[in-house]
Ligand binder design. Structure first.
Ligand code: AR6
Length: 173
């Protein structure tokens, strides 16, 4: 697993600044924008993103859709929809895993080699951060082990709590 861990990096900051092939957006089912990281991405990408997304017909929870990055340094935005946390018995774990996995599948289909993830569902959607980090790290590691075409996955933590959780978990791998 050492080789896989060399392809995972933790970054603290704003995902819209990342110079990667694709950044992932923690969107909602409409794909028409919102608060949190979604709002930041729409502001930084410009109004062309909303215009483009109006034609996509939304996105199911646990699925992902790709768009151009427009005014972002990133070439693409992969919009995924994580689950709203409702106590843990509504398939939340599986849906969060699916959001990460589908994002990486869409990335590979589009030739993406470097990709940055926010901490999906851990803001407005209320998913417990420790639990979300375990799912994110496990799902990314499994995918990387089977997909050498992805060179680098960045976990971009915006809040200090997520940064500390990921620092600890990744150093234990
Ligand atoms: N860069 C990286 N991460 C960020 C940024 C940023 N610029 N801004 C916030 N975060 P959230 P969710 C982190 O609420 O929980 C939206 O309204 C933040 O610290 O953005 O999946 C959508 O439209 C947190 O760790 O997404 C949906 O309606 C993480 O991003 C809903 O929120 C996710 O927090 C989705 O909720």
């Amino acid at each position: 697993m050492a080789e896989v861990m060399d392809r995972i990096e933790l970054v603290r900051g704003d995902i819209t600044k990342m110079e990667v092939d694709a950044i992932v957006n923690a969107a909602n089912n409409s794909l028409l924008g919102g608060g949190g990281v979604d709002g930041a991405i729409h502001r930084a990408a410009g109004p062309e993103l909303l215009e483009y997304n109006r034609k996509l017909g939304g996105c199911a929870t646990g699925d992902a859709k790709i768009t151009p990055g427009f005014r972002l340094p990133a070439k693409y935005i992969i919009h995924t929809v994580g689950p709203v946390w409702r106590g843990g018995k509504r398939d939340e774990d599986r849906l969060l895993e699916s959001a990460y996995r589908r994002s990486m599948e869409v990335a590979v289909e589009n030739g993406v080699r470097t990709i940055a993830f926010p901490n999906i569902s851990t803001g407005v959607y209320g998913f417990p951060k420790e639990r979300a980090a375990d799912i994110a790290i496990r799902t990314v590691k499994e995918f990387l082990a089977n997909h050498p075409e992805i060179e680098k996955v960045y976990f971009v933590a915006y809040d200090l709590q997520n940064y500390e959780i990921y620092s600890r978990k990744l150093s234990q791998e």
